[in-house]
Design a protein around this ligand. Structure first.
Ligand code: ZN
Length: 487
């Protein structure tokens, strides 16, 4: 009996559970069925796998999304007609909007897509320098380094270099923030000497008993920068003593690299033409410029020889002013000879200075430089002035007056003979060469308005250079070459 009861109970239980399941199924069916029916028979459709945002690498080809639409509750899919609007320029970084229009039966579906054209390629840094180093204080050197980017091109100017603990970091970032860093081992060292530059000339000439002014020097060092205040100057100039004297400038950088430079000062006696640094030739040319001055400048340029031009403003110089400028720009000295080259300038001091100031002004107009280096027409020893000065001994007065006004006058001690003795090129050259000896100062008189004289210059230069002479332009420091005054 007991056993029967048990099985009866069990049968009742199962029936109860089945009832619950059945009810649930009915409810579910009631919900799903209408939806399914609606979806299956509706004509609404969806685009399958559509991406609203896609990323495209620069230069990569953009392929359109094809028209695969699904309907019937995504149960059925097929290709449909798609039209597309909007362009993508895959050569330029940026966001592009593309609109797709899907047409299925009578319905149209529009979908928008954003295409992000991106650059993910990093720039390439190329370092060509070998043996890299930087200064102990961290200052960088010049390195041969380049940066190229697929989009931005050459971005070498954007490279940033950092030095740290024996390594150099070269970094660069392109416009899309792609960054590249190259790291190299580098020596921390400074092997460069400072560079000393003298203020004033490195070789100077001084009259005995004049006063020496120390102009000093500047010093710069690659690693340490301005070291001018560290310069140590030794040697004093005693101008009562004739001869060569020296001042030495020394400076050391922080790594112990030392540089030194010497200034030579030549003190010459008042009546000396002493230049102990060898035999010097001062080529001087009077009366120009003229038709042959250009030829002369070409010759001087060929040998890199500097000369002195005592210029005039007489009629035949017309049209050649540009050669005064060229001579000046090429490092020659522009001296003043006379404006008119008429000896009536020796009538009195006023007539002389009016003429001198006229040529001084002309030279200044052409070159921007006021010249105080002069040569008297006929030289300071001329006697032709006696015909104009009414016995006033004009040359004795003028030689003092010009110096009082800050001018320096130069005569010559080598005559080429081109003023009348000869018209032969070889004779002019021979006259000059035969006058050269072992003295220290040779001041040669020639005229660049005479072609045969200009043509002798090459021979004179070649002889001088091959016999240990130095060719120099006259400067305000050039020792005196003065004639005796005869008037
Ligand atoms: Zn002259």
């Amino acid at each position: 009996m007991e056993k029967n009861n048990k099985s009866k109970n069990k049968k009742n239980k199962i029936t109860k559970n089945q009832k619950i399941v059945l009810i649930l199924l009915c409810i579910l069916l009631l919900i799903i069925l209408p939806i399914s029916i609606f979806l299956i028979f509706s004509q609404d459709f969806q685009v399958k796998d559509f991406q609203e945002n896609i990323e495209l690498n620069i230069q990569e080809e953009f392929s359109d999304f094809s028209g695969n639409v699904c309907y019937g509750g995504l149960l059925k899919c097929e290709n449909v007609n798609v039209t597309k609007e909007g362009e993508v320029d895959s050569t330029k970084v940026g966001d592009y909007e593309v609109t797709y229009k899907y047409t299925y039966k009578d319905k149209v579906l529009e979908k928008k897509q954003i295409v992000h054209v991106v650059d993910k390629e990093s720039p390439v840094i190329t370092i060509s320098s070998e043996n890299l180093s930087y200064c102990p204080n961290g200052k960088l050197r010049d390195y041969e380094v380049k940066a190229l980017d697929n989009v931005d091109g050459d971005i070498t100017n954007l490279i940033e270099i950092k030095a740290e603990e024996g390594k150099l970091y070269f970094s660069v970032r392109d416009s899309s923030s792609n960054e590249t860093t190259e790291i190299r081992d580098a020596l921390i060292e400074d092997k460069d000497k400072p560079v000393i530059i003298l203020k004033g000339e490195s070789t100077t000439y001084m009259k005995q008993n004049s006063s020496y002014t120390e102009l000093g020097a500047t010093a710069t060092d690659y690693c340490d920068g301005d070291l001018t205040s560290e310069i140590n100057i030794t040697g004093t100039i005693n101008t009562s003593k004739v001869g060569e004297q020296q001042v030495t400038y020394r400076v050391k950088d922080k790594s112990g690299n030392e540089a030194s430079i010497v200034r030579k000062v030549y003190v010459y006696g008042n009546n000396d033409t002493y230049t102990p640094n060898g035999k010097s030739i001062y080529l001087t040319f009077d009366d120009g410029p003229g038709p042959y001055t250009e030829e002369l400048l070409d010759i001087l340029k060929k040998y890199n020889v500097k000369a002195t031009f005592f210029v005039t403003n007489q009629g035949l110089t017309k049209g050649y002013d540009n050669l005064i400028l060229r001579a000046y720009q090429e490092g020659h000295t522009i001296g003043l000879h006379t404006n008119t080259h008429n000896y009536n300038i020796y009538t009195n001091e006023t007539t002389y200075f009016n003429d001198l100031y006229a040529i001084q002004d002309k030279v200044e107009r052409i070159t921007g430089m006021k010249s105080f280096i002069i040569r008297f027409p006929g030289g300071s020893s001329n006697t032709v002035s006696q015909s104009y000065d009414n016995g006033s001994h004009i040359m004795s007065k003028l030689t003092k007056a010009v110096e009082a006004k800050g001018f320096r006058y130069f005569d010559w001690n080598v005559s080429s003979g081109d003023a009348g003795e000869t018209t032969n090129t070889n004779v002019v050259a021979k006259n000059v060469i035969q006058s050269l000896g072992n003295n220290s100062t040779y001041m040669v008189l020639q005229h660049d308005i005479k072609n045969f004289s200009v043509k002798a210059v090459s021979q004179i230069i070649e002889y001088g250079l091959s016999h240990g002479y130095t060719f120099r332009p006259i400067t305000m420091e050039t020792p005196n070459v003065h004639h005796h005054i005869n008037n």
